[in-house]
Design a protein around this ligand. Sequence first.
Ligand SMILES: Nc1ncnc2c1ncn2[C@@H]1O[C@H](COP(=O)(O)OP(=O)(O)O)[C@@H](O)[C@H]1O
Ligand SMILES: [Mg+2]
Length: 213
Amino acid sequence: MRTIAVVARKGGSGKTTLAFHLAMAAKIRDRKVLLADIDPQRSASETCRHRIKNPPDFAETSGSKLFALQMATRRNGGELLIIDTAAGSDEETASAIVLADLCVMVVRPTFLDLAAAIQTTDMVRRLRKPVIAVLNQAPSPRTGVEPPTVTRALKALEILRLPVAPVILRSRTIYQTALESGMSAEECEDALASGEIGQLVDFIFRLVLSGKG
Ligand SMILES: Nc1ncnc2c1ncn2[C@@H]1O[C@H](COP(=O)(O)OP(=O)(O)O)[C@@H](O)[C@H]1O
Ligand SMILES: [Mg+2]
């Protein structure tokens, strides 16, 4: 069984959106998955409750209970444990990072997100865990050219020596509307969104399941 912790010190970066999409993607791909929600706001759990058909298994829990949950998930034949963490809650987030095979750090291409990424990177490195950054809510390229905010963010992540996922999630309303009904953008008609999120989750699963993550 592999564990993915979705982290970022900054609120609103897209942790819950990505954690839910990872859990749904695992389900769609017939993998036995549990989404552990350690954010007291319980947004991931709320999203799962909104889903009518086949919601992913989820648990409302906390950092101190994660180890027992991970053991139980392994005993029950779980293949993937996805942990959605809260912003700014370092101790709780550290409990998730310690148990993770891979940390997925969600970063928007903004100055404040990048500043917060420095601190999250520090924490992940102190705990000696593999990490991959995902750029989220990025503006789309215009005539094939990345907007300067995106190239600047990629440069900043390179300076931090943070590996960046090869797929960038763009700012799209579908990520907001899909979650309202507990849907994954992969299940929606928007080919651009379902294409990018599908490629991203496949990349993350390959990374973590190959053991390189
Ligand atoms: N790629 C995206 N495009 C547009 N809106 C997004 C995207 N990713 C997340 N959002 C929206 O941004 C807000 C914050 O996302 P959320 O996943 O709750 O962040 P966090 O869990 O890090 O606080 C939500 O309203 C969500 O729907
Ligand atoms: Mg959240």
